[in-house]
Every structure is written in structure tokens, then in C-alpha cells.
Design a protein around this ligand. Structure first.
Ligand code: 5GP
Length: 114
């Protein structure tokens, strides 16, 4: 379970962000510490899933929505191409345990791994 994370506070409005895209299931906003010319985050509104493995098992439609929104953001903010990264566990760099997709785009010269 993802409980009481910074992204839960963003979903609830407790921490304000500029929403760049929104569906019934997800929202997207800019990463506060960008690692690429375009570095956006897509997250479920549900706080029930800590990582992409849990989301895929519990709510695959929301996972599909995240990919669709990533495509839309890449078309809007870059040339439509994008890298999608899910960190899945602390040992690989996950710091926020509310599932999120990193959308990286815009002439990535290095294989940045967020
Ligand atoms: P993780 O390492 O968990 O995959 O990525 C978490 C990401 O969330 C990091 O890239 C970090 O910069 C971003 N982040 C953490 N807290 C906030 C916040 O309060 N606002 C925004 N916009 N991004 C955040």
C-alpha cells in the first residue's frame, strides 16, 4: 500500500502542482528535479499502489492510462518519442512509494536512468 506519500498529498491538493494532463484515473506534472529536457511524472489518483508491479496486478487499466497519457505528453512537450521509467523498489532508486511513471523526452543524449 502507498500511504501518506508526497504524491498522495499532490493528488489530494495538499501540495499544489501545475497539472499538465488529467484523466479519471491519473494526473501528470513536472518532476521537481528534472533529469532530461522534458521530465514529467504520471501518477494514479489512487493511493493504493506503491509500485508498478502492484498496479499491473490490481488495476491494469490505470497502467494503460499512464502509457496513453505519457504518449500525449511527449507529443505536446517533445516530438512524440519518450522513455518511460518505473523504479520498482528502494534498491533501484525508488524514493516515493506511490507508483509513478517518469516520462523523459527531448533529445536524450545519455541513457539517463533517473
Ligand atoms: P523515484 O526515485 O521514486 O522513482 O522518483 C521520485 C521522483 O519524484 C523524483 O524524480 C523526484 O524529483 C520527484 N519528486 C519528489 N517529490 C516531489 C514533489 O513534491 N514535487 C514534484 N513535482 N516532484 C517530486
Amino acid at each position: 500500500m502507498a500511504t501518506d506519500t508526497v504524491f498522495g498529498k499532490i493528488v489530494s491538493g495538499e501540495i499544489p502542482v501545475e497539472i499538465l494532463a488529467e484523466t479519471d484515473r491519473v494526473i501528470a506534472f513536472a518532476d521537481m528535479n528534472p533529469q532530461a529536457p522534458v521530465h514529467l511524472l504520471v501518477i494514479p489518483k489512487s493511493t493504493a499502489y506503491a509500485n508498478v508491479t502492484e498496479l499491473a496486478a490490481g488495476d491494469p487499466e490505470t497502467l494503460a492510462d499512464m502509457v496513453t497519457v505519457a504518449q500525449q505528453l511527449a507529443a505536446e512537450h517533445a516530438n512524440g518519442e519518450f522513455r518511460l521509467i518505473f523504479n520498482n523498489g528502494a534498491s533501484v532508486g525508488q524514493t516515493v512509494f506511490h507508483v509513478h511513471a517518469h516520462v523523459l523526452a527531448g533529445n536524450l543524449e545519455e541513457r539517463s536512468l533517473v
